[in-house]
Design a protein around this ligand. Sequence first.
Ligand code: MG
Length: 282
Amino acid sequence: MSQWPIGVFTSVDAGLGVHLDVVQELQIPTVQIHAPHRETRTPEQAAAFLEKCSAAGIQITAVFGGFDGESYASIAKTAETVGLVPEATRAARVQEMKEISDFTKLLGCNVVALHIGFVPSDRNSESYRSLIECTRDLLDHVAANGQNLHLETGQETADHLLEFIADVERDNLFINFDPANMILYGTGEPIEALRKVGHYVRSVHCKDGTWAAANRGVDWGAEVPLGAGDVGMENYLRTLKEIGYTGPLTIEREIPHDRERQKADIGQAVQLLESLRTKILS
Ligand code: MG
């Protein structure tokens, strides 16, 4: 794979990504996919999806887990419902994430990823300690499948994410860096955060956003087309180069309610990234 191939976040039957036909139409060479629902995570479905991808020359670079009952309606709702942090659903979701890891293996992919949730801030709390335990358990399953796990950024500060990764003490835990999430959740200036966590970054999202006008961290910022937000795409890519990142640039545009606009915005994002890539790498 050449340096910085373009990618896009896709979904088969769940999640906010674009569908594979759009990826083909835009001739994008790599995808991350949102794991399909349990009923469709079968060997037959995996084989059919793989065949479609290889016919179109598309490489799968990561599979993202997601769960029923998650809601991104507000930051508070996200904290309450997303990932492995909520204790009522934790055991079931760890089990489901292991199944997603197994499905990912059927897709020939060695990266699974997820929003783990808002990591509890108190490292001595029971909630934090038990999250460490279940993350280790998941990582050992993922390792047995020959895979790494990438944590999506945004729900905690860069410093706390580093503390969490260090406390987990496993060598197959890395980061999927999403600069827009740092802005949307109000958890920190993205470029500064990227420099801090750079040594763990093994995949990235190219997504843009604007800070909340007030009450950062309480009210959402706004997700906007790539280049129109507060990330600063040229600076972002230059920083990726600085930290030695050479993997895919995976575009995310989370407006599944407007498929036409989603497709148009992704097409424009591809052009922006291709021109910046030429400018920065040549
Ligand atoms: Mg993201």
